[in-house]
Design a protein around this ligand. Sequence first.
Ligand code: TLP
Length: 344
Amino acid sequence: MIDLRSDTVTKPTKEMREAAFNAEVGDDVYGEDPAVNKLEEEAAAVLGKEAALFVTSGTQGNQIAVLTHCRPGQELLLEAESHIFYYESGAVSALAGVQTRTIQGSRGAMDPQFVRSAIRPEDIHFPDTGLICLENTHNRAGGAVVPIENMKQIYEIGAENHIPVHVDGARLFNAAAALDVSVTDFTQYCDTVQVCLSKGLGAPVGSLLAGDKEFIVKARKWRKRLGGGLRQAGLIAAPAYVALTTMRERLFEDHHLARYFADALKNINGIQVVNEVETNIVVVDVANLQMGSQAFVNELEKQGVLAVTFGPTSVRFTTHHQVNKGDIERTIDFVAKISAVPSK
Ligand code: TLP
């Protein structure tokens, strides 16, 4: 099977498996797991923040961020198709008791002036705006890189109004690789950031949440409350460390492959590439084939290729370190074959 459903499907490398095997471990709830401590220190340095916390997943990292920043009854400003709003099972309302106020972005970026005008003034009727969330790269915008300048402007608006900014940076290392800049060029414009190690970087499990020391102390307590206080977590932190320190340089390869794929798809009748491919995600619309996205995905699966539906007629493909050019070429042939068959 050629698995293009997500970069989450990546399996740990040999080096990661060896790191897990050899990890020095301890009880992380007591702060005594050397591999976790080493990972958190490295993450804080890489992300340019005072401290970091190893969490089980991107969703857990984002939820802990919202729980730590906000009080129940506050309002969260976020992009209309952001992962926190679209794909986290309503957790921010179920867990943090906040209400969401969404702003339609353009290629994943919210207009700073819309953010400014969505901030609630003091009024007995209004909820307080508790947090602004950004997402970079933006998944549903097809892996679009939210410009550093856009983050800067929103961060400044937040600061003027004493509202913190959290970045869901599940794929922030992809954004840095795409612009060939340091990840701190982005993280300087947020209070807290969550990055995933289990996507393009290939770790088996885990994300990191980073911010100032005081925030991370509170976040650690929220992680414990949520049942995320793991014990000999070094077994997963050690491969995560390998991911963080050795896999970032390879992300551009995924981006090249995605662009190569998109360019070829553009030549296939009936297939419309809907995103401008900047990173490792390609989104196509199949409406012109007179079939829905599920039918298209089913046809592809019969050929041995996995992709995910992204809307009634749209399909997402994601490149990662376990797909190569040959896999993409075969996928292009299969898509062409499916597109050539007149639909019933
Ligand atoms: N996204 C997954 C699915 O949940 C859709 C994927 O296959 O892309 N933020 C962003 C921007 C994400 O794309 C994801 C995962 C997460 C957070 C959540 O990470 P996990 O899966 O580790 O909870």
